[in-house]
Design a protein around this ligand. Structure first.
Ligand code: ADP
Ligand code: GN1
Ligand code: MG
Length: 488
């Protein structure tokens, strides 16, 4: 095939031979260097000392002549001739049947997008097909795990609108992003059907994930990091703390409703994206190991906190023991029910859509309930340094319990209801243990802004646990009252 200098002729004969059933392999001169991640299609020829770099695609019938360099992530479309000693820089697309003259240098045709400060982010924008129009990109949200960006596109009024949310998934936390995305696509498609059947609006009440231009559930960048994308829901708001009690009550109703919506989801099809995520016993074991190893020599700066956990070893088994005894059912749960993982309808103030679906797995309803309480029923932020400002708010606890039982009450068993106060107390303890463990390990898991950030977070959690213990009888009485109302 390489014998044809004429582009059209070369491509014509490659096609003709393939149609006749011949195999037309790509040919690579032994002195050429071709990355293992590059794709060479049939009938192309890479000549002496040519270089084809990572993730580049050389389509059918191309000729990469001696000494030419095609850098990474480029696409040379069918029948093209990259002549002697020319350079095609990274991220270029060269149209079919082009002749890039000897010694010519081709620069990327990509635009500079405001707010894009890394090649990976730029690649992700192009992979999802926004690169050509995108107005600008901004960091978004306040999650502790993923890297989140708001993608703005031009709108019909001549302005710019937040249209998409683009996220780089943290592979230190989620080891298997393909499985995470399989769970998410499965669950969101299921929810869409449910919402439609009950007369709701699936475009607003659940996230709509978008596939890449090549049809993948996520894009893997040049560093091997996964990116995924969903539509931003117009007129929705996300809060970092409870601004008024009504909000917290509405979030409880939404999370309770979410549990019911997923009641019929086939749990055995879900991957366990983080093994033992809310297994408090195994969180305790990790903590004990971190104390023993003390790799950062930080244990001496948190003796009282370490003792706080050690005095509560037995508590860590309360729910796990009930699970082993078969007294608590495994359900399809969200497992990360912070207030900032729910969107509210800006117009009605009601809970609209549950987000952050990375940890949907079989789990305990008590974990979802408890995790919301630990975050929302506090008078201070999760990372408030002044512990005098951090109190467990029984009134907020009551509102959440009321809302949760109004929606989830009918599906919860008596034992689940009975142990709701333990859910709150143990999820708070567990979260504190996780922050403290991460502090001892050197802040490998949660994003931090300063060296003691995880310790500060652990302290707020332990303050809340301490107060929950003091008010445990009142918590039980509240749960009891609303459980009876839910049963009535
Ligand atoms: P993480 O695992 O890092 O918490 P999330 O999926 O929760 O990842 O996203 C991080 C944060 O980004 C959220 O807590 C929220 O503040 C913000 N966010 C994400 N999606 C939206 C959205 N559609 N609308 C408003 N805020 C959002
Ligand atoms: C993390 O991802 P984000 O910020 O919504 C964490 C939760 C913790 C929470 C503490 C996957 O939630 O488990 O409770 O921080 N998520 C993961 O604020 O570990
Ligand atoms: Mg989140």
């Amino acid at each position: 095939m390489a014998a044809f200098g004429n582009n059209k002729m070369r491509l014509y004969w490659v096609d003709k031979l393939m149609q006749a059933g011949f195999t037309v392999p790509p040919l690579v001169h032994p002195s050429a260097v071709v990355s293992p991640s590059a794709v060479l299609e049939p009938g192309c020829f890479v000549m002496q000392r040519a270089v084809v770099n990572t993730h580049t695609v050389i389509e059918k019938g191309c000729l990469i002549n001696a000494g030419a360099i095609v850098d990474h992530d480029s696409r040379i479309c069918a029948g093209t001739h990259i002549c002697l000693g020319s350079v095609v820089k990274a991220n270029c697309t060269i149209a079919a049947l082009t002749k890039v003259e000897a010694g010519e240098v081709i620069f990327s045709t990509r635009r500079k997008i405001d707010g894009v400060d890394s090649l990976e982010l730029e690649d992700a924008l192009y992979a999802f097909g926004f690169g050509n129009q995108c107005s600008y990109v901004r960091p978004f949200g306040a999650g502790h795990i993923n890297e989140t960006y708001a993608v703005y596109m031009p709108d019909e009024q001549g302005g710019d609108t937040l249209a998409y949310v683009l996220q780089r998934v943290n592979t230190n936390v989620f080891k298997n992003p393909r499985q995470v995305m399989e769970n998410i696509f499965g669950v969101t498609e299921y929810l869409r059907r449910q919402i439609r059947e009950s007369g709701g609006d699936p475009d607003r009440e659940t996230l709509s994930y978008i596939k890449t231009k090549s049809g993948e559930t996520y894009f893997e960048d040049g560093q091997g990091q996964p990116w995924r994308c969903y539509n931003f829901i117009p007129d929705s708001v996300c809060y970092q703390s409870v601004e008024n009690p009504e909000q917290f009550y509405q979030s409880a109703r939404s999370f309770g409703h979410f549990l019911c919506q997923l009641g019929g989801y086939p749990a055995d099809t879900l991957h366990e994206t983080i093994p033992n995520f809310h297994n408090t016993e195994s969180r305790l074991a990790d903590f004990e190991q971190a104390v023993r190893r003390d790799v950062k020599n930080r244990a001496r700066s948190c003796r009282p906190e370490i003792q706080f956990v050690q005095a509560r070893k037995k508590d860590c088994s309360v729910l796990m023991e009930l699970l082993r005894q078969g007294r608590l059912p495994l359900r399809v749960t969200h497992n990360d029910t912070k207030l900032n993982n729910i969107l509210f309808d800006a117009k009605t103030g009601k809970g609209l859509c549950i987000i952050d679906l990375d940890t949907i797995m079989p789990g305990l309803a008590l974990s979802d309930y408890g995790d919301s309480i630990r975050f929302g029923a506090s008078t201070g932020a999760e990372d408030e340094r002044d512990l005098n400002k951090v109190h467990f708010d029984l009134h907020l606890f009551e509102l959440y319990t009321k809302g949760y039982l109004e929606t989830a009450g009918p599906v919860l068993t008596d034992t689940e209801k009975e142990y709701l106060p333990w859910g709150a107390r143990l999820l708070t303890l567990e979260c504190g243990i996780r922050f403290l463990t991460d502090y001892l390990r050197g802040d490998e898991y949660f994003k931090t802004q300063y060296p003691t950030h995880n310790l500060v977070r652990a302290r707020t959690q332990f303050r809340l646990v301490d107060e929950m213990e003091q008010h445990f009888d009142e918590m039980k009485a509240i749960v009891d009252r609303y459980s009876r109302e839910a049963n009535a």
